[in-house]
Design a protein around this ligand. Structure first.
Ligand code: TRP
Length: 456
């Protein structure tokens, strides 16, 4: 059957797993998306709601996913098969593998822009931008250029494939151990730089003083949806990473650390970006273009802006890379475990397939921009189907599976392995986890789902 029982790879160390999982979680979602949605939904007030969502939904579901993976010791499809034998649950795993493909196919488009912007920063292009118009039209001319977009997308995908090709310890773990500290340092340097700018205090108050007027019912749902995306939940990425864990690892404390790192990075990214945006009197609710349109103009006005602009896009690319690796790993582990493929051929074949699916997304910003399905171009469609439907649905089913199908009694026996002290000394934490996975998560996610489909 599967090769999972032969010599399956493991993480080399506890910190290796935490950094790889944090690497998956920390990505474009934290640095590109979080600041602009916080900007659109009232800053501090939105952040407050987001933190609650992370704590009561994100963390419990993350624990559930890692637990399924560690127990099943396989990719999402194989792990569900191992725990339930039912076709319905296997198809949840399958939906995860499909979502991995789709997310990766559009993720590499934005990540490719980020790589391309490193080159623009090195060339000093941003010095020609003196107002938002020049910056945005330059952005549009780059993304409108098919050769530019597709080449950088391909370059980014190839780098991702190299890490996955070398496997769990030699590729993913080693890469994360180097890249995550670099990312953290670059981001802290950016935030310190931002805070030191005259006028940055307005940015800081934007992040700390809630403006409840901008918060609507929709903001709550956006916050919850983002909690999923930013923690890489709902499609088996964390399950797959969990499957390389040994039984004596403490899932509770590792999950807590991953959530902490992801959240703190999002907040530092917010600080780095909003101090700069306010210090240079830009609009905080500029939307998805916030990083690509606004920051380049700002860089030219700062002392040391040249080096800083290179570092910024470098850090964005590194963050995207460790996330993309986790997406490709889900697909690869499926073909390795279930179909008996070698890791090397799975990486090459499915890297290639991802490229092909990614091309229409890349072309959505140029020659295919008028080609719409259900009123959306390819890029927006891939984003919509995955982030708004597949992930919340996956997350809801994962929590239902653990609490109601596999059952809390059996899952707690597994969860206890490696976390004995916690069970004995803090039973209250376990009690909370049970309530959150059993009731809160499924119900609240169901509401987000209805909202995504426009029903609520
Ligand atoms: N969490 C990553 C980010 O914030 C994106 C990501 C990686 C992801 N793997 C995932 C999102 C799996 C959902 C599911 O950018």
């Amino acid at each position: 059957m599967s090769s999972a029982n032969q010599q399956r790879e493991n993480w080399g160390s506890r910190v290796g797993f935490i950094l790889a999982a944090a690497g998956s979680a920390i990505g474009l979602g934290n640095i590109w998306k979080f600041p602009y949605i916080a900007g659109e939904h009232g800053g501090a007030a939105f952040i407050f709601i987001y933190l609650i969502c992370i704590a009561i939904i994100g963390l419990p579901v993350l624990i559930a996913e890692i637990l399924i993976g560690r127990t099943g010791k396989r990719n999402p499809v194989g792990s569900f098969k191992f725990l339930s034998k039912s076709k319905i649950w296997t198809s949840v795993g399958f939906m995860g593998v499909a979502a991995g493909f789709l997310i990766l196919s559009y993720y590499i488009v934005i990540a490719g822009w980020s790589l391309g912007y490193i080159i623009e920063a090195v060339k000093g292009t941003f010095y020609d931008f003196n107002q938002v118009n020049t910056s945005s039209s330059y952005f549009e001319s780059l993304t409108g250029n098919t050769t530019w977009t597709i080449s950088f997308m391909l370059l980014f995908l190839s780098i991702t494939m190299v890490f996955v090709y070398f496997g769990v310890q030699k590729g993913i773990e080693r890469g994360s151990k180097i890249m995550m500290p670099v990312l953290l340092i670059l981001l802290i340097v950016s935030a310190v730089k931002g805070i030191s700018l005259p006028g940055s205090d307005k940015g800081i108050s934007f992040l700390l003083e809630p403006n409840w007027d901008l918060v609507t019912g929709n903001s709550i749902l956006v916050a919850l949806g983002h909690a999923f995306f930013t923690l890489s939940l709902g499609m088996g990425a964390m399950m797959t990473y969990g499957s390389y864990l040994k039984k004596d690892s403490n899932i509770f404390s590792s999950s807590l650390q991953v959530v902490f790192l992801d959240t703190i990075i999002a907040l530092i990214a917010g600080l780095a970006i909003f101090t700069v945006v306010f210090a240079t009197q830009q609009n905080p609710s500029a939307g998805p273009g916030l990083i690509f349109h606004t920051l380049p103009i700002v860089f030219t006005k700062m002392s040391g802006g040249y080096v800083f602009s290179i570092l910024f896009f470098l850090l964005l690319s590194i963050a995207a890379l460790t996330s993309a690796i986790s997406l490709l790993e889900v697909v690869v582990s499926y073909f390795v475990d279930e179909k008996g493929w070698t890791r090397h051929s799975a990486v090459i074949v499915f890297g290639g397939v991802t490229f092909l699916i990614g091309v229409p997304s890349a072309l959505s910003f140029n020659i295919l921009s008028d080609f719409h399905i259900f009123g959306l171009n390819f890029f927006d469609l891939a984003d919509y189907i995955t982030a708004n439907i597949m992930l919340p649905l996956g997350g809801m089913l994962i929590s239902i599976f653990v609490a109601w199908v596999w059952g809390l009694n059996k899952s707690l026996v597994e969860l206890k392995l490696g976390a004995e002290g916690l069970f004995e000394n803090y039973p209250i934490i376990i009690k909370f986890w049970k309530i959150f996975v059993k009731y809160f998560a499924p119900v609240l996610i169901f509401l987000v789902l209805l909202n995504s489909l426009g029903i609520l």
